[in-house]
Design a protein around this ligand. Structure first.
Ligand code: NDP
Length: 434
């Protein structure tokens, strides 16, 4: 029912979703009768606005800003903001759609949303980033609030951007810590939020491995991305005895056969805000592959964690990964595998852990940040980390048990989609389909 613009990524997410919930729908004719399926694919509200801002030369620039308030059956809209030149309505709708079921899987009271802008933060000065964030929030503030819609970060939006967005919200409204999550610790951010998505993916795989009487010790892991998710996945992998040998950005990837040096990576990415070429220069034994995808490499590995962006792994790359020995694919990024790639993994008995389950740790700790903000308290690192680990264990069990109940052992895609959908659908029906 959406004909007014290109919907490629959104339709891909919807296709993947519907193709796996059929057995559940067969048992629940009430949802078909009430036309719930059509309803659930339409966002409750789409907000689109222009974002004018001034660059350092005094020239006016303009970008497109968005907020998709997709589904509030389970709570206030919750989902990140993405600043990247590729951002468009289709990408944000796919992200917001997936977010509904991911948030449902966390078992926390949050609905699904997503937003962002086609602004490119690369090469921008700190002042330009600040002015852009202030302009973006000047409009967004009309639509968000601690009990209605609570954005967080995503690609191109980290602690610095959340800080500027928060400052502008405060100027326009009032101090309300709960309006954004992923805040720096000084003004009521949650401990472990920065680490949560990366740690969460690794916890999900840890529970899967334990279930299969295995562990991370001496496993070789191939990772894409070198941003928030990738860095903290690598940190946790090292802690659990695995060796992460790659990292990537949109220009290429590094292969460090001795294992990625986390201190060097953090220095390059978080302090210097540099490219991965700078990492390779500091590590003489690391090789940099300019313009190449890490998924086209022939690096032998046990586990793959795609942590960069959507559709980075197609069927050709999926085949190569299986040939390289990969047995587990867990998505730190959202929809990094095309549907054909995901199907290939499942058909070849690779443990495929879809993003809406495996990367739910970020939004889960965001919901814990909301809880702490409501309490006017900050919990300890150990407490938040323990809750994150428990939440990932519950999600793993839920996906595993649901898949098994529908006769598809270890099909975590089916498990995640059905388990996520069941709760949202029930709530929507109980609320009179509003
Ligand atoms: P960051 O901006 O911190 O890092 C993104 C990383 O991915 C960078 O290394 C970036 O390289 C690379 N990347 C982005 N776009 C592309 C592209 N088109 N081609 C190749 N590489 C690309 O973002 P995050 O780490 O926060 O997000 C990564 C993924 O994880 C996204 O899919 C996001 O939706 C997902 N996610 C994030 C959560 C979070 O809490 N942050 C929660 C759940 C999911 P470059 O610097 O060259 O752009």
């Amino acid at each position: 029912h959406e004909k007014d613009h290109d919907q490629t990524e959104f339709l891909q997410a919807v296709d993947e979703f519907f193709s796996s919930i059929a057995p559940f729908l067969a048992e629940h004719s009430e949802y078909q009768k009430h036309n719930l399926l059509q309803l659930i694919t339409l966002p409750e509200r789409v907000i689109q606005f222009r974002v004018p801002w001034q660059d350092d030369n005094g020239n006016w620039q303009v970008n497109r800003g968005y907020r998709i308030q997709f589904n509030s059956a389970l709570g206030p809209y919750k989902g990140g903001l993405r600043f990247h030149p590729s951002v468009n309505l289709s990408i944000l709708k796919f992200l917001a759609f997936e977010q509904i079921f991911k948030n449902s899987l966390t078992d926390l009271p949050i609905g699904g949303g997503k937003g962002g802008a086609d602004f490119d933060p690369k090469g921008k000065s700190d002042n330009e980033i600040m002015r852009f964030c202030q302009s973006f929030m000047t409009e967004l503030a009309k639509h968000v609030g601690p009990n209605t819609d609570v954005p967080a970060g995503d690609i191109g939006v980290g602690g610095r951007e959340i800080g500027y967005l928060f400052g502008q919200y405060k100027r326009l409204r009032q101090y309300d810590a709960g309006v954004l999550t992923g805040k720096p610790l000084e003004f009521w951010g949650s401990k472990v939020r920065t680490e949560a998505t990366g740690y969460g993916v690794v916890y999900y795989v840890k529970h899967l491995l334990e279930d299969k009487k295995d562990n991370f010790k001496d496993k070789t892991v191939v990772i894409s991305g070198s941003g928030n998710v990738a860095i903290y996945a690598i940190e946790k992998l090292i802690e659990l005895g695995a060796k992460a040998v790659t990292a990537s950005d949109s220009n290429g990837y590094v292969y460090d056969p001795e294992g990625i040096d986390l201190d060097v990576l953090k220095e390059v990415k978080e302090v210097q805000r540099e490219r991965l070429t700078a990492y390779a220069k500091k590590r003489p034994n690391a090789q940099y592959f300019d313009g190449e995808s890490v998924w086209n490499s022939e690096i032998q590995a046990d586990i793959a964690l795609p942590c960069a962006t959507q559709n980075e792994i197609d069927i050709k790359k999926a085949k190569l990964m299986v040939a390289n020995g990969v047995k587990v694919v867990a998505e730190g990024a959202n929809m990094p595998c095309t549907m054909e790639a995901a199907q290939y993994f499942i058909e070849h008995n690779i443990f495929y852990c879809p993003g809406k389950a495996a990367n739910a740790g970020g939004v889960a700790v965001s919901a814990l940040e909301m809880a702490q903000n409501s309490q006017r308290q900050q919990w300890s690192k150990d407490e938040v980390d323990k809750q994150l680990d428990d939440i990932m264990l519950n999600i793993y069990h839920n996906c595993r048990d649901t898949a098994e109940r529908y006769g598809q052992k270890d099909n975590f895609m089916m498990g995640a989609n059905i388990a996520g959908f069941a709760k949202v659908a029930k709530a929507m029906l109980a609320q009179g389909l509003v």
